[in-house]
Design a protein around this ligand. Structure first.
Ligand code: URP
Ligand code: ZN
Ligand code: ZN
Length: 484
């Protein structure tokens, strides 16, 4: 007799799909089969039974580059994630210059542990790679299971130099960490911004021109050059251009451990959204910026081809008020507007409705993009991202026919707007289960703040990539000099 049996749903994994009962015991998936019996049984026939979503790019209880605090904390952020079909999320723990990494982690532990309703981990944001951070604090964070971190090649308060980037890549490689990078050329952005602002072009719509596609492409190519020089894995987050994605595909074909992510905003919105009346366009300011219809088609192709293996929300929630988007006034110039938009709850419903239902992607790829790839890339694939015996009972039961008209009021984040207001989506998660606990059921929250636990993650799995270290770094080719 199991604790709970989900009966008769269509169970979907990345490599298989079929009608089966799913039995849960002790927070784990105990069996898949027919006619399984449990103390509690639920009929989920006609429903899809997916691994719980794993959201690996979101900004929660985090101070931004401009100093603004995100609207969502770990309670509202995790509740919103759960209502969107997620059972694990991995926000950022951000080091700002002058802060020591242990102090940063202590701060985020206090923010997360009492509040998260679903499982969580962090990626560190590293802005100050001091000797102590590189030799002691980051390796200690990896040992604790925080095996990924993000660096920025732009934003004056966050940017690392190429030399610092190399130091970080080498340290990560040595300890099994995965570096994530925000790739935009800072000088091109600053140059464009100065010219636009000097000429009075400060409305939200000019944000797109200030962050040209070429800035992303340059930084992606540079990141690939630096990472492959030292044979380090590198993940490009929020890719928004065809050329950036193609550079990633070419690097992977050459054997480098170069990975890419894109986000709903680049698939479902365009720069035209920045051109809404008054300050409305500020709601759509994010970096990299929204692009165009042709780029949307390109990014779908890259998702399908596997160039971009991750699909994440980049939920960066700043309310449309003086504490958020409008902190520089009711008509803020684009360069003084907090970057980012909300989307943690809609990430998966958008992908299902616009991806699966339209025939762009299969159900199996939906599982890959919603959970399995993130589990593999971020060191959780031994526990999460699949519905299989021994795995955590992290499950999202979806009604593939449920139609929802999106409104900000109908979402569960702490935001006062959604960029997707009024969209009609078909397919919605109706029951969400994290380690056997029902967190969301039929529109109601059942989980409690503090129920989520910290997920200690494994090192990045570099198997399958070719060793590609530059000849100049090889002692045999370098008169015995050990440089790494
Ligand atoms: O505009 C964005 N994406 N804001 C969040 C921070 C980041 O760079 O991901
Ligand atoms: Zn970024
Ligand atoms: Zn982000």
């Amino acid at each position: 007799m199991f604790d709970l049996v989900l009966k008769g749903g269509t169970v979907v994994n990345t490599g298989s799909m079929g009608v089966a009962d799913v039995a849960i015991a002790g927070g784990k998936i105990a069996a898949l089969g027919q006619a399984l019996r449990g103390r509690e049984e639920r009929d989920v026939s006609g429903k899809l039974v997916f691994p719980g979503g794993i959201e690996t790019h979101c900004h929660i209880a985090q101070e931004s580059a401009t100093g603004a605090m995100t609207a969502d904390d770990y309670r509202t952020g995790s509740i919103s994630a759960a209502f969107g079909g997620n059972t694990t999320f991995v926000p950022f723990a951000a080091q700002h210059r002058g802060q020591a990494i242990p102090e940063v982690l202590e701060t985020y532990d206090a923010r997360a542990a009492p509040n998260a309703v679903i499982d969580y981990s962090y990626h560190l944001i590293v802005t100050d790679p001091t000797e102590a951070a590189l030799s002691r604090d980051l390796p200690a964070a990896f040992a604790r299971g925080i095996t990924s971190f993000k660096v920025f090649l732009t934003y004056d308060k966050m940017i690392v130099s190429d030399q610092q980037f190399l130091d970080i890549l080498v340290m990560a490689r040595a300890h099994g960490g995965l570096t994530m990078v925000h790739a935009e050329n800072n000088a091109m952005i600053a140059w464009m911004t100065r010219r636009l602002v000097e000429r009075g072009y400060t409305a939200p719509r000019h944000h797109a021109a200030s962050h040209p596609a070429a800035a992303e492409v340059e930084a992606v190519r540079r990141g690939i050059a630096l990472a492959s020089f030292v044979e380090a894995p590198l993940l490009f987050v929020h890719i928004s251009t065809d050329a950036g994605a193609r550079a990633i595909a070419t690097a992977r074909m050459a054997g480098h451990a170069i990975l890419g992510e894109t986000c709903p905003q680049y698939l479902f919105l365009t720069a035209d959204d920045l051109n809404r009346p008054g300050a409305e366009g500020a709601k759509y300011i994010c970096s990299p910026p929204l692009r165009d219809d042709a780029t949307q088609t390109d990014l779908w192709r890259h998702l399908h081809a596997g160039t971009l293996e991750l699909y994440s929300s980049d939920h960066a929630p700043y309310r449309f008020d003086a504490g958020g988007k409008l902190s520089a006034g009711p008509n803020p110039p684009f360069h003084r507007t907090a970057n980012g938009m909300p989307g943690i709850e809609l990430r998966l419903p958008l992908l299902f409705s616009e991806g699966v239902r339209t025939g762009r992607i299969s159900l199996e790829r939906f599982v890959a993009l919603s959970a399995a790839n993130a589990a593999r890339i971020f060191g959780m694939a031994d526990r999460k991202g699949a519905i299989a015996p021994g795995y955590d009972a992290d499950i999202a039961v979806w009604d593939p026919e449920k139609r929802v008209t999106v409104t900000a009021a109908g979402l569960h984040d702490a935001m006062d707007y959604t960029p997707f207001e009024g969209r009609v989506l078909t397919g919605w998660p109706v029951t969400v289960i994290n380690r056997g606990r029902v967190v969301v059921d039929d529109g109601a929250l059942k989980g409690q703040p503090g129920d989520g636990v910290f997920v200690a993650r494994n090192p990045f799995d570099a198997r399958g990539f070719l060793p590609t270290r530059a000849a100049e770094l090889s002692p045999e080719r370098n008169f015995g000099a050990e440089l790494l």
